[in-house]
Design a protein around this ligand. Structure first.
Ligand code: SF4
Ligand code: SF4
Ligand code: FES
Length: 314
């Protein structure tokens, strides 16, 4: 198979800015993108720099953007990319500083992971068992799912919120935080839920599901974030704007079967909504301010029954 590649290159010692270089190379039909860039380095461009280690989707070091999506190069087939896009565009992970070519500085990502205290914190007052501490049955599935993370940073760097809010701890860190919330051997559950639902935590998630979609290991960060949100609600931790927004959303649908977009900002931000006055005026002038009084949808009782059933189930 003859395949063409467009690869982003950047050498801080010689280049003012990043540029692209095209390569054409003959590869076996089953070649992965990692095998392809190794072949390019060996045969066409010895300066091409990238990270890799396990070649088996275990170490997470070969994460890069392949045809505009963060992926593991060792788990992506060249033939599939060529069939879909005609060529293979390779770039470093977004939002992290490029050190050289496809190598990025992972330190900011690790700092976010560290923020969720990714280690077991057993209750210091609990008498240790004679043998090992076992994970309770029923919770092991969540713990296992979150533990599959190899910290490749694909989800973190493709997340739509880390794009606009660099302080957001991100999906990988939140999934790892949830791994310890779900672990019955941990003694700091309450403290962790508070930490994860604090500013720059779960409520900054925009629920776009990109993290779950790009994860090469089957971790489901969005589901982990949802579960932490549920636990935070159960404990009445609703002081954050994001939590109040979710609560206002629920209250509105429960009351009328509709989302009342006119009252949503007020219920979410309280008096802080006054800061949005210039925006409200611009929206009003464009005829985009929704009317605050809404009639309930027909059969709103059916919707309320769904709420009742869900609440009972909890
Ligand atoms: S679902 Fe949330 S955490 Fe995941 S990518 Fe979207 S905004 Fe980021
Ligand atoms: S959750 Fe998935 S995509 Fe995100 S860092 Fe872990 S393995 Fe990579
Ligand atoms: S080389 Fe280890 S995950 Fe790709």
């Amino acid at each position: 198979m003859l395949a063409t590649f467009k690869i982003q290159k950047f050498n801080p010692e010689t280049d003012g800015k990043a540029h692209y270089r095209d390569y054409e190379i003959e590869l076996p039909e089953r070649a992965t993108v990692l095998e392809a860039i190794i072949a390019i380095k060996e045969q066409l461009d010895g300066t091409l720099s990238f990270r890799c280690a396990c070649r088996s989707a275990i170490c997470g070091s070969c994460a890069m953007r392949i045809n505009s999506c963060a992926r593991l190069a060792c788990k992506t087939k060249v033939a599939d990319e060529v069939a879909r896009f005609g060529t293979v565009l390779i770039e470093p992970l977004q939002k992290l500083k490029v050190i050289k070519d496809l190598i990025v500085d992972m330190d900011p990502f690790w700092r976010m992971v560290e923020k969720v205290r990714p280690w077991l914190m057993p209750d210091p007052h609990e008498t240790p068992p004679e043998r090992e501490r076992l994970v309770a049955q029923g919770t092991d599935r969540d713990v296992m799912r979150d533990s599959l993370c190899i910290f490749c940073a694909c989800c973190h760097t493709d997340c739509n919120v880390t794009e606009i809010e660099p302080g957001f701890v991100g999906p990988a860190a939140l999934a790892r935080g949830h791994r310890y919330v779900a672990d019955t051997r941990d003694g700091a559950t309450e403290q962790r839920i508070r930490l994860l639902s604090d500013s720059h935590g779960i409520w900054e998630c925009a629920r776009c599901f990109v993290c779950t979609q790009v994860c090469p290991k089957g971790v489901d960060p969005r589901e982990s974030i949802r579960q932490i949100g549920h636990l935070a609600f159960e404990r009445g931790l609703v002081s954050d704007d994001g939590a109040r927004h979710a609560q206002a959303f629920l209250d509105s649908v429960k009351a009328s079967g509709r989302l009342n977009e006119a009252t949503l900002p007020l219920k979410t931000r309280g008096l802080g909504v006054l800061g949005m006055t210039p925006l409200a005026i611009r929206m009003f002038l464009k005829g985009k301010v929704p009317f605050p009084l809404q009639k309930p949808v027909p059969d709103v009782e059916e919707i309320r029954k769904i709420f009742e059933l869900t609440e009972k189930k909890r």
